[in-house]
Design a protein around this ligand. Sequence first.
Ligand SMILES: NC(=O)c1ccc[n+]([C@@H]2O[C@H](COP(=O)([O-])OP(=O)(O)OC[C@H]3O[C@@H](n4cnc5c(N)ncnc54)[C@H](OP(=O)(O)O)[C@@H]3O)[C@@H](O)[C@H]2O)c1
Length: 376
Amino acid sequence: MNYRVFSKTGEKISLLGFGCMRLPVLGGVHEKIDEAESVKMIRYAIDNGVNYVDTAYMYHGGNSEIVLGKALKDGYREKVLLADKFPIVFAKTAEDVPRIFDEQLKRLDVDCIDMYLMHNIHEGSWNTVKNLDLMAFFNEKQAQGLIKHKGFSYHGGTFDLFKEVIDAFPWDFCQIQLNYMDVKVQAGVEGLKYAVSKGVPVVIMEPLKGGKLTDVLPESIRKYWDGVEIKRTPAERALRWVANFPEVLTMLSGMSTFEQTEENIRVLSDADANMLSENELSVIAKVADEYNKLSPYSCTACRYCMPCPVGLDIPGLIEMRNEATIFECPEKISFAIQSFIRPLPSTCEACKACEEKCPQHLPIADIMAESAEMFE
Ligand SMILES: NC(=O)c1ccc[n+]([C@@H]2O[C@H](COP(=O)([O-])OP(=O)(O)OC[C@H]3O[C@@H](n4cnc5c(N)ncnc54)[C@H](OP(=O)(O)O)[C@@H]3O)[C@@H](O)[C@H]2O)c1
């Protein structure tokens, strides 16, 4: 396993972290984690050098924290940095905050969380962070030794908001989505470089775009990969693309099978910064372009359509609608929308204020209706 140095402490962190959002489940039910298999996979990863594990309050309906806690028994807790996240979306009043935190410690059955993040900062939740003075709570828990490092995960629509968040507090680290399709999405590569320039180490999530870069390979994409001399699986190419950035501290992959765990450990025991050739990098960029050409709606995420009077994240929802077609994965998008997105596309009142402002002249109200039909 390759390691990178966590500048806050000098500790070495494995380039692969285990994301516990997509553990194997029983009977296709997301809440019913296959506990035995998950514990086996997590411990195998730790035995093979992984020392960063990541969960959150809502993953697998709350069961991810419980199963990860079990995996970390028998001496495994001491071998890892444990990351967990405060669910901003569930904090309606100041009283909710300590109650949820205590529940998380109980579920994990630990007395300290090493890496504690404000989960999913975006345009809406950022106000809650400020209104509830969440940072004061994080500072208090850090002073009590109940958390070691304060961070946040980011899914806001723009680099500008990311910059504002980075500049607002003395964060110990942050977590952003990054893969070769998302170079300019959310924080993007610009965000990675900005955070590091401000002394904030960056953990990457969704290096395989939640598995979409590996699931279905359209013929046009396969043609590009076949043309590259060095043969690799699509997962390996995507992981290597992230590893190529020296600024990345670690990348989390949500491994769902034992074979995926084995492969990702193998890849990130070899891949490291600045290892990809110009040729491979240019083919990856062409693959990203080719995927983008499959988009049914040519949204550029300029955000002229925003704000939406009913609070919809219009560019984010159009991106998800596009991904359902590009990656032929309507079920995955449906699950993501129902689990994490509020308000839902069906909230659209078809006022069409957005359509008047859209430089691409997209039929946004129709796209929201179509998305409600497809995903809800
Ligand atoms: N806001 C946040 O804080 C936030 C948001 C998202 C994620 N996260 C964290 O970041 C972690 C990583 O994100 P992610 O789970 O989206 O990671 P990811 O690596 O982009 O996607 C994981 C999925 O990719 C597929 N996969 C993984 N390894 C593979 C391989 N070797 N070959 C083929 N397919 C492979 C699997 O999907 P299939 O088996 O379905 O193909 C797996 O479920 C999460 O688990 C979670 O801990 C945090």
